[in-house]
Structures are given as structure tokens and as C-alpha cells.
Write a protein that binds this ligand. Sequence first.
Ligand SMILES: Cc1cc2nc3c(=O)[nH]c(=O)nc-3n(C[C@H](O)[C@H](O)[C@H](O)COP(=O)(O)O)c2cc1C
Length: 117
Amino acid sequence: MKIAYASRTGNVESIIKALGVDALRIENGNESLDEDFVLFTYTDGYGDVPAEVESFLISNAPYLKGVVVSGDQAYGEAYCMAGDKIAETYGVECLYKVENSGTDDDLKAIQDILAKM
Ligand SMILES: Cc1cc2nc3c(=O)[nH]c(=O)nc-3n(C[C@H](O)[C@H](O)[C@H](O)COP(=O)(O)O)c2cc1C
């Protein structure tokens, strides 16, 4: 399964690197894919989907199979809310919520999820 990811301060990127998967980095949202993918994203603002991810999904959503989202518990009710918003908007599952760059257990859990897809 292809991975597309957005990372601003490096947490999501470090997860992608630790997973060792082939992944497309979303920089400005103009990137395109022609195969099924899982999206990895961070959460911006207060529970917001990052702008470049919004743009990316406008043209690539037909191939979206699920979302893994990173956030920070300090945001309380808005924790990882970008993943919930994407799941609701595009009718896919929010597969996993991870705090910042995650723990070894998080990485293992994400690996297991990806292996089943
Ligand atoms: C300006 C700003 C706003 C954020 N807003 C939220 C938020 O609403 N909810 C949340 O769970 N995390 C929020 N975060 C935390 C990031 O989503 C989290 O640290 C994530 O791991 C960043 O990923 P990245 O390093 O790959 O960019 C925010 C971080 C920043 C800098």
C-alpha cells in the first residue's frame, strides 16, 4: 500500500522513516497519485486539517483508503482531530492516532495495521 504524508516539524516524517515504507511527501498539495494510499498527517491550528493536505485530497481522495494522524494531547478535545475530519469527509477509517512522533509500541501498531491493508 502506498503512503502519502505531510509533515511540518518532522514528527510524521520520523514515523515514515522508522516504518521504512515507500512514501510520497505532500509539500504543497499539487502532488498526485494513481494508486490506493494511506494518508499520514499532522493536526494543525485547533483540530484542523493542514492546508496542503486539504488541497492534496481534492484531487487524490478517490484513492484514499485510510488515515493515520499525529497530534499532541495538549490540544485536549482537538487531539488528532484532523484524522477524524478526514475520515468523516471522505468516508474512510481513522486507522490510528499517534502523539507526536510516537513510541515503539505505536510504530508496531501502525506496522500491523498497514500489513493488513
Ligand atoms: C501551530 C500548531 C497547531 C497544532 N494544533 C494541534 C491540534 O489542534 N491538535 C493536535 O492534536 N495537535 C496539534 N498540533 C501538534 C502537531 O499536530 C503534532 O506535534 C504533530 O506531531 C506534528 O507533526 P509534524 O512534526 O510531522 O509536523 C499542533 C502543532 C502546531 C505547531
